[in-house]
Ligand binder design. Structure first.
Ligand SMILES: Nc1ncnc2c1ncn2[C@@H]1O[C@H](COP(=O)(O)OP(=O)(O)O)[C@@H](O)[C@H]1O
Ligand SMILES: [Mg+2]
Length: 270
């Protein structure tokens, strides 16, 4: 009896079952100049779980992802309205420093983009500019831990001074994940992180996402529905600038509520 109960309690605490919220978007509108790219986006994203954004090309997935760490600030024509809260703090508040925000909300891009520097320097850069290490030994430790978390340590530990750009595509993407992880973010945003990778490198990154989920809130844009189904617990479907449905991934791919989701996952468009 006692055993049953404790099993149940553990199950309730599993990431897929949590009803806590890490990120809340309320009535988000995004414009590029006159053109509206996103309309009335409302979503609550759960901590320590993976949320996948799917939908046809041009529907606004990347635009919304970039709202979450204010990367759209860097696009002159882009205007964001509405509220995005992380841990109940409005990240668009004037007292929020976007550089500090991006330490908390890391990002991994479609094409691996290591700096033209050594493997070590790629990972050490963030911790150094944010002053996270007191001395060289501490920095070495941070670099080594980040590379371990990114599943790359064994492959590079003997050549930390080699150029990051000399690694294979899949290794470069894991290096970029190590770089994101090195500053101890709470949220990691990934915009089609596997689209430039072969199937083996993709499988490694997916395995990594699975492990990272224990400690980070992960939001991943993917054009692959198989990938969304494999890596995520929640899935959000965008279409023509609207968030049309957000649901448990299992339900999304078996019995979605919205006709547009059904059409998309059946391959009727997109
Ligand atoms: N930098 C930009 N300047 C102007 N329009 C943009 C820019 N980025 C995206 N858009 C437009 O916003 C819409 C959504 O794009 P995007 O967020 O990239 O979609 P997705 O990632 O789903 O393919 C598209 O119509 C796209 O052309
Ligand atoms: Mg995109």
């Amino acid at each position: 009896m006692m055993n049953n109960l404790s099993t149940k309690m553990t199950t309730t605490k599993a990431p897929t079952m949590t009803t806590e919220t890490k990120i809340t978007a309320r009535d988000v509108q995004v414009y590029y100049g006159e053109k509206q790219a996103l309309r009335d986006v409302n979503i609550e994203i759960r901590p320590r779980s993976v949320t996948a954004f799917i939908g046809p090309s041009g529907c606004g997935k990347s635009t919304f992802l970039r709202c979450i760490n204010r990367m759209n600030d860097t696009i002159a024509s882009c205007r964001v309205e509405g509220n995005i809260l992380i841990d109940a703090e409005n990240i668009y508040d004037s007292k929020v420093d976007p550089v500090q925000l991006r330490e908390k909300v890391g990002m991994v891009f479609q094409k691996p983009n290591p700096f033209p520097k050594s493997i070590y320097e790629n990972v050490a850069y963030g911790p150094r500019i944010h002053g996270l290490a007191k001395n060289k030994a501490e920095l070495d430790e941070i670099v080594s831990i980040a590379l371990q978390k990114a599943g790359l340590w064994n492959e590079v530990k003997d050549r930390l001074d080699a150029a990051g750009t000399g690694l294979s595509g899949g290794q470069q993407q894991r290096l970029c994940i190590a770089r994101a992880v090195a500053v101890s973010p709470e949220v990691i945003l990934m915009d089609e992180p596997c689209s430039a990778l072969d199937p083996i490198a993709t499988a490694k990154v997916e395995e990594l996402i699975h492990e990272l989920r224990e400690n980070y809130t992960i939001v991943i844009v993917t054009h692959s529905m198989q990938q969304a189904a494999r890596v995520s617990q929640r899935t959000a479907m965008f279409h023509l600038g609207e968030l049309v449905e957000e649901n448990d991934t299992d339900k999304m791919f078996t019995n979605p509520d919205d006709q547009r989701t059904q059409d998309y996952i059946m391959g009727r468009f997109g």
